[in-house]
Design a protein around this ligand. Structure first.
Ligand code: 0L1
Ligand code: MG
Length: 264
């Protein structure tokens, strides 16, 4: 990857993202001040953020693939998927109340999450290798929260902002991947009891496991691998839905049960 920013600028931009995340305060997209910023620069900032937080004792649970469906790419005006890291303190229990006062402008996505039983590494793992390395799949709701004003960004900026990662909730029924047609699972997202968006899992790159293929190849470029026991979200199946305090969300999955969360 082609990093163009100096170490000092990467540290400065990481300070900006870290402050925006910690204070839940929106900032302009990073490319307003650094128009030459590349995708590699975005990942350099993300990796510096990850380094700082792990050094503070926060624990990584896995990774997320984002912008993996046409609906999401169109919604956000980008044409390449991305990845971000997940920390244990971003997880919330199923049916719990998620606070919105520490978020900027949260949105929810329904996703299929993979839990791995063997390590995955390399530039070219296959879908079959991903499925063989999968212990089980589980339905999840991702709560994303771009730190950029108006949810307006470009790819280097959103990658620096850890792919808008904020919170995540896993639940429903865990299933072995080989018992399911993972690409034809219907999903309905309900907000306050009304269906607000629906789709099928093939919306994620044709097959959600292909999002994990992509994620492992990006990790390889970053000099990382996907360790055994990783929790990996494969990306929103529908577009993301805005939520606020008082909202109640249920994602209903064919074969995988449902996951609910409310916002306070
Ligand atoms: O998980 C996602 O697809 C989100 C990636 C970042 C883009 C966004 O904030 O919508
Ligand atoms: Mg997502």
């Amino acid at each position: 990857m082609n990093i163009s920013l100096s170490r000092e600028d990467i540290a400065r931009l990481t300070d900006r993202i870290e402050a925006a995340q910690v204070n839940a305060k929106a900032i302009p997209k990073l490319t307003d001040d650094f128009p030459g910023m590349t995708l590699a620069d975005g990942y350099a900032v993300q990796m510096e953020l990850r380094r700082r937080w792990l050094a503070q004792g926060r624990r990584q649970t896995g990774w997320k693939a984002g912008l993996t469906s046409k609906a999401k790419m169109q919604q956000m005006g980008v044409n390449v998927p991305s990845i971000g890291f997940l920390l244990a303190d971003m997880a919330r229990p199923e049916n719990s109340a998620v606070t919105t006062s520490d978020l900027v402008h949260p949105r929810v996505e329904c996703e299929v999450a993979f839990v791995t039983k063997t390590r995955l590494a390399g530039a070219k793992v296959t879908r079959d290798e991903v499925l063989a390395a999968t212990d089980f799949v589980v339905p999840a709701i991702e709560i994303i929260d771009s730190r950029f004003s108006g949810f307006k960004f470009d790819l280097p900026s959103v990658v620096a902002d850890n792919g808008s990662s904020a919170r995540y909730v896993a639940g429903g029924r865990a299933r072995y991947a080989d018992e399911l047609d993972l690409d034809t699972l219907g999903v309905v997202m309900e907000k306050n009891g009304e269906a607000v968006t629906m789709s099928a899992s093939a919306a994620v790159m044709g097959h959600p496991a292909d999002a994990i293929v992509l994620l492992v190849s990006v990790l390889h470029e970053l000099g990382e691998d996907l360790p055994v026991g990783s929790f990996v979200m494969s990306g929103g199946i529908t577009e993301a839905i805005a939520v606020k305090a008082g909202d109640y969300v249920t994602a209903r999955y064919q074969e995988l049960g449902s996951v609910s969360v409310r916002f306070v």
